[in-house]
Design a protein around this ligand. Sequence first.
Ligand code: HEC
Ligand code: HEC
Ligand code: HEC
Ligand code: HEC
Ligand code: HEC
Ligand code: HEC
Ligand code: HEC
Length: 406
Amino acid sequence: MNKRLLSVSLLIVSCIIIFSQCISKRKEDLRGAQFAGSAACVSCHKSIYDNYVATGHYNTSSLASQSTVRGSFAGPDNIFSYSNGTKVIMEARDSGLYQAAYTDSALQQIHRFDIAIGSGRKAQTFLSWRDGKYFQLPLSYFISAHCWANSPGFPPSYPKYDRMIPSTCFGCHSSAVGTKSVGIEGTRLSEEFEKNQLVYGIDCERCHGPAAEHVAFHQDHPQEKNGMHITKIGGLKNQQKLDMCALCHSGLGTPQRPAFQFKPGDALSDYFFPDFTRPEKATEIDVHGKQFQLFTASKCFIKSANVMNCSSCHSPHNNERDQLTAFSRRCMSCHKTESHNFCKMTSLPAATLSENCIDCHMPALPSKNITMLTNGQASPTPDSIRTHLITIYKEETKKFLAKLTK
Ligand code: HEC
Ligand code: HEC
Ligand code: HEC
Ligand code: HEC
Ligand code: HEC
Ligand code: HEC
Ligand code: HEC
């Protein structure tokens, strides 16, 4: 063999070796090799991915930064005064964002914003990393009130810094968290986490299950048009479809297994202990996060013989917030104008009715669980959430009609 050819082939061989090492060194997903990560889905599911990045799911947790934290760091809106005289100021420094506590202008404590929880539809709360643990910061940002105020459940009298955040919180607001150890501290669970080991947001594989095999198969078989090595949600039973969402949308139950292990097709009852405190009347369930209980207590669900699920109205990859006319059209796929089960509010013109079924039948109601106190006083705008108990609300109808005539 001539020398030149030999050296060229050696070069090619070594390139292949180096290149294949690059590929095998691709950073493995925190959850293990059976997970591919959302970025791996873009090449084949681009339009789904592009829509999905605008959803609350994708943005529900993030590294805290000027671009992810919604509240103001400029005066005068960056100050919160506790009733004991302590002032906490939101400060943007070169080294990061901080909540700094002062009494009589003397700095007492300073805590960094490390992680933001909540996409900022209604509120955002923040976690600070300390000694291997995450602590919730005493002040959260409330979107509709446009203000910083004491985090839900925190006192308005003084800033409190010892609320440890458990992994269950990440189980509904992220896709993975690295835990180091679990212990007991006094009467409470004390979990230590691995620093910077988090998969932010609720990603594709939280809902679809591990997909590395699916990705590898389709990369090798670009001609295959049928999705392989992935759970077909269309083939699941209706209860299984509901359970995939109920995992996080049935409130704070007592977990039996970490929510992170859930895969589509699993049963909710394997993840939570049964909740015996469920009230007799659905109207007594707090609207916050209990969409599963409320929706399944509605006549639409009960009387339509187990065909309805969350996807009857929600398209899981899109942000369709405030598109009430689009949602109303989905109501009218069953409640047709001409049929006997259309709305009985015949005093309203049909066109007005059909634009917005939602404000009368799924009104936004204040949550009993969130009692926000602004500077020591009950907030003038308690957060409200769309109830998923679809029924007749006489009071809300009156309010809606009053707004129309204005
Ligand atoms: C190399 C191409 C490719 C990549 C990368 C890829 N997929 Fe797919 N996927 C396909 C094809 C082809 C189908 C079948 C056609 C369709 O439904 O779009 C499919 C279908 C699916 C389905 C529907 C299955 C069904 O029939 O109900 C899901 C869910 C899915 N993929 C999830 C993912 C996720 C999550 C990722 C990223 C972790 C991903 N895919 C990455 C090619 C790919
Ligand atoms: C892993 C937990 C988890 C699962 C599973 C989950 N959700 Fe969510 N969902 C959340 C959290 C947390 C929020 C609040 C997001 C935020 O920070 O704004 C949310 C918000 C939403 C919203 C409002 C978001 C917006 O952008 O306006 C809708 C609608 C919703 N979920 C529907 C669903 C449906 C339908 C399913 C099942 C297909 C589902 N969710 C599964 C945790 C989850
Ligand atoms: C069982 C699942 C679950 C757990 C556990 C959970 N959340 Fe949530 N959280 C949700 C859901 C679902 C929503 C959306 C509620 C709605 O719109 O009805 C939400 C909403 C929020 C919001 C408002 C988001 C926004 O954009 O408006 C914040 C902030 C929040 N949660 C913080 C936390 C913190 C902090 C913890 C842990 C201490 C926690 N949550 C534990 C499911 C959960
Ligand atoms: C909140 C849960 C959730 C998340 C997050 C999610 N999906 Fe889905 N996905 C679903 C559900 C539910 C269906 C079935 C929809 C239906 O029955 O109409 C679905 C259907 C699909 C399908 C097949 C049907 C279609 O629309 O083409 C594909 C492909 C898919 N998802 C890919 C993805 C990818 C890629 C991501 C991340 C960018 C993702 N999904 C994120 C819940 C989710
Ligand atoms: C899959 C079909 C379906 C969809 C979609 C649907 N419903 Fe229904 N709905 C029903 C059925 C079936 C009943 C029971 C009617 C009966 O008792 O004969 C019902 C009952 C109702 C009732 C009477 C409830 C009561 O407590 O008396 C209202 C109000 C209602 N639906 C409003 C809505 C609204 C608003 C939407 C959209 C947000 C909607 N429905 C979507 C099937 C549906
Ligand atoms: C009959 C239609 C319908 C069904 C079924 C349905 N939703 Fe909704 N959902 C809505 C409408 C309408 C809104 C209000 C949208 C808005 O105001 O932007 C909403 C809003 C939400 C929100 C945001 C609530 C808020 O105010 O912060 C969440 C979370 C949610 N739905 C989850 C679910 C889950 C989980 C299921 C299944 C258990 C489900 N939904 C089933 C119609 C429906
Ligand atoms: C202005 C508020 C308002 C709007 C908008 C509205 N409804 Fe109603 N709806 C009511 C009230 C109030 C009743 C009870 C009327 C009665 O029984 O006299 C009712 C009754 C109903 C019923 C029960 C009918 C029965 O068989 O007893 C259904 C179903 C319904 N509405 C569906 C819808 C749908 C679908 C839309 C959107 C196309 C809609 N409504 C829009 C206020 C409203």
